[in-house]
Design a protein around this ligand. Structure first.
Ligand SMILES: Nc1ncnc2c1ncn2[C@@H]1O[C@H](COP(=O)(O)OP(=O)(O)OP(=O)(O)O)[C@@H](O)[C@H]1O
Length: 503
C-alpha cells in the first residue's frame, strides 16, 4: 500500500473526525455502520455522509454491504491518522520516498520543519495475519473483533520500546524519535544492508563488532533471534547498526542456546561465503554474563509483559501463515467485492481518479509530499508557500527519488589503507556499464535521442541490478522483486529457510 500523503491536505476537520470515529467504532465492530459513525463523530447525518464519501474516494475507508452496510479503515486510513498525530506533535512535516519494504512494514523518509531527515516505519503486521486472528477466538478474549489495527499497533510499540531501551544503553540502533498507532519515527541510518556489501576493508573488525554485539545483547538478557545480513546496516566507515529486532528472545528461554548459536552461525557463514573470511573465534552463550536487564525500561515505554505475551502468540501464528500470493489474492478478492458493491460510485469517480493519477504522477516527479493539515481554504496558498520556502528539502527528496541511499560513495577512504574499498554488487554492475563498450554492434548505427538513450540506460541498469539481486537471493518465485526492495521482499518462510541453510 503506497502512502500518498498529499491527500492529507484535502481533508477537513470533519473528515478527520469521521475517520477517527470509524477507528473507534472498529474497537467492537468489524464494520462500522453509518449511524454509529454519526453518533461517535457527533456530526449530522448529511455531513458525516459527505465526509465518508470523501474518505472512501481517497481509499481511506473500505465499504462493505454484504452482511450489513458499514465501513472500516484501510491501511491508508490508519496511516493518515498516525501521520496527522505525528504532524500535530511537530515530529514530522514532510513525507519523502519509500526507501524500504518488508513483509511486515513499509519504510519512508520523512522530514521535520527543520528539514531533518528521519525514517518512518509503518507496520503492516495485519496484512499477513488478519484472517488467522479473526478466527482465533481464544485470542480475541474481551475483544469482539480483533483487527490488524491492534496487531500493527503492538508491533510498533514493541519495536519502539526495544529500540529505546537498546539505544539508551549504548547499542548501535537507530535513535527512536516517536511512535503513534502502527508507526514509529526513528533517525535515518546512513548505510547499506550488509547483504548488499561485496567487500570489506576490515572484515575482522566488522566480524568482531558483530560478535561483540551478540555478547552485549546476551549480557542484557537478550538474544536477537534473527541476526543476519538483512537486519544489519553498514556505513562507509564500516560501522554497524542493527535496524530490526522483531523476535528478540530472552536468554532464559528454553531454546536460548540454540537461538544464540544460530545467530552466531548466520554471521560466520555469511562472512565465509561472502568475504571468504573464516572467524577463528566465536562466542558461546555460556560465556556471556546476564548482568543487566532491560525489562523495566521496556515496560516503561508501555510494552508490558501482558502485551508481550499477546504479541508473541500472534508472532507464532504468523510463522504458519500462507505466502504473499494468498494475501494478495485475499486483498484482490476484497477489492473485487468492494467493486461489486460500489459499481455505480466507481463509474462516477473514474474521471476524478484519472485526474488524481495525473496529479500523483506530477508529485512523484517532484519526489516529495508536503504534509498539510490545515483547513481546505488555506491549502493552496500554504502549500505553494511551503514549496517555495523549502527548496532545499525538495532537492533532497529529488535525490531520494533516485534512491540516494544506494549511491556508492568513495569518501571515507582511510589514507593509510591500501585494502579494497567496500564495493556493492550494484556498483560493480554500474562500473561495467559505464566503462564497457557497447556490446551490440548494431547499437551505434541506431540514432537515439538523448532522452531515449537515458531511458534505455536506466532500464538496462534496473534490469541488470534486479537480475543480480534475484540471483543473489536465489529467489525462485520471482514476482515482486524491485531494485529498491531487494531482499526485503522475501517472505518470512523464505527467510527462515535461508537462516536454516546456515546451520
Ligand atoms: N533507520 C533506518 N535508516 C535507514 N534505512 C532504514 C532504516 N530502517 C529501515 N531501513 C531500510 O528499510 C529496509 C527494511 O527495514 P526493516 O528491516 O526494518 O523492515 P521489516 O519490515 O522489519 O523487514 P522484514 O519484516 O522483511 O524483516 C531496510 O533493509 C533498510 O534498507
Amino acid at each position: 500500500m503506497k502512502l500518498d500523503a498529499k491527500n492529507l491536505r484535502y481533508l477537513t476537520k470533519d473528515d478527520f473526525r469521521t475517520l477517527v470515529s470509524v477507528e473507534m467504532g472498529m474497537k467492537n465492530h468489524e464494520l462500522v455502520p453509518v449511524n454509529l459513525i454519526c453518533t461517535i463523530a457527533n456530526l449530522k447525518y448529511g455531513g458525516t455522509k459527505k465526509s465518508i464519501t470523501t474518505l472512501h474516494k481517497f481509499k481511506l475507508l473500505f465499504h462493505d454491504a454484504r452482511k450489513y452496510d458499514g465501513y472500516k479503515l484501510t491501511y491508508l486510513g490508519y496511516d493518515f491518522l498516525a501521520l496527522k498525530t505525528l504532524v500535530q506533535r511537530g515530529v514530522c512535516a514532510y513525507v519523502g520516498n519509500q526507501i524500504g519494504v518488508g513483509k511486515e512494514s513499509d519504510i519512508y523518509i520523512v522530514a521535520d520543519e527543520d528539514n531533518k531527515e528521519m525514517v518512518l516505519k509503518l507496520h503492516r503486521l495485519g496484512r499477513t495475519s488478519f484472517k488467522t486472528i479473526k478466527n482465533n477466538r481464544d485470542y480475541l478474549k474481551h475483544r469482539k473483533s480483533a483487527s490488524w489495527l491492534y496487531l500493527s499497533r503492538l508491533a510498533a510499540l514493541k519495536e519502539f520500546a526495544y529500540m529505546k531501551a537498546l539505544h539508551d544503553n549504548g547499542f548501535p540502533v537507530p535513535t527512536p524519535i516517536d511512535y503513534n498507532r502502527h508507526t514509529i519515527v526513528m533517525s535515518r541510518v546512513r548505510g547499506y544492508p550488509m547483504t548488499q556489501i561485496m567487500e570489506l576493508r576490515h572484515p575482522t573488525k566488522v566480524y568482531n563488532d558483530l560478535m561483540n554485539l551478540l555478547v552485549k545483547l546476551a549480557n542484557y538478557g537478550l538474544i536477537h533471534g534473527d541476526f543476519n545480513e538483512f537486519n544489519i546496516l553498514i556505513s562507509d566507515e564500516e560501522e554497524i547498526t542493527l535496524i530490526d529486532f522483531p523476535q528478540m528472545v530472552s536468554t532464559s528461554h528454553i531454546n536460548a542456546e540454540m537461538y544464540f548459536d544460530r545467530d552466531v552461525n548466520c554471521i560466520r557463514t555469511f562472512f565465509e561465503k561472502r568475504f571468504g573470511f573464516i572467524g577463528q573465534k566465536w562466542p558461546k552463550l555460556a560465556d556471556c554474563q546476564n548482568i543487566h536487564s532491560l525489562d523495566v525500561q521496556i515496560a516503561a515505554s508501555g510494552f508490558t509483559r501482558d502485551l508481550e505475551k499477546d504479541f508473541d502468540k500472534l508472532a507464532e501464528e504468523q510463522i504458519d501463515l500462507s505466502d504473499d500470493e494468498n494475501i494478495d489474492n485475499d486483498n484482490d478478492n476484497d477489492e473485487e467485492e468492494e467493486n461489486n458493491n460500489n459499481n455505480e460510485e466507481e463509474n462516477n469517480e473514474e474521471e476524478e481518479e484519472n485526474n488524481e493519477e495525473e496529479e500523483q504522477e506530477q508529485e512523484q516527479e517532484e519526489g516529495y509530499h508536503e504534509i498539510e493539515t490545515s483547513d481546505e481554504e488555506e491549502e493552496e496558498s500554504d502549500s505553494d508557500e511551503s514549496v517555495e520556502n523549502n527548496k532545499q528539502v525538495i532537492e533532497e527528496f529529488h535525490g531520494l527519488s533516485l534512491n540516494k541511499n544506494r549511491d556508492f560513495k568513495f569518501s571515507n577512504l582511510k589514507d593509510d589503507d591500501n585494502a579494497p574499498i567496500i564495493l556493492r554488487k550494484e556498483y560493480i554492475q554500474e562500473i561495467g556499464e559505464i566503462e564497457g563498450e557497447p556490446v551490440d554492434g548494431d547499437f551505434e548505427q541506431y540514432v537515439e535521442t538523448p532522452e531515449e538513450r537515458k531511458k534505455r540506460k536506466e532500464e538496462e541498469k534496473k534490469r541488470a541490478i534486479a537480475d543480480k539481486v534475484k540471483r543473489q537471493l536465489n529467489n525462485k518465485k520471482g514476482g515482486k522483486m524491485s531494485v529498491r526492495n531487494t531482499v526485503k521482499s522475501k517472505n518470512k518462510r523464505e527467510r527462515m529457510d535461508h537462516i536454516k541453510a546456515y546451520k
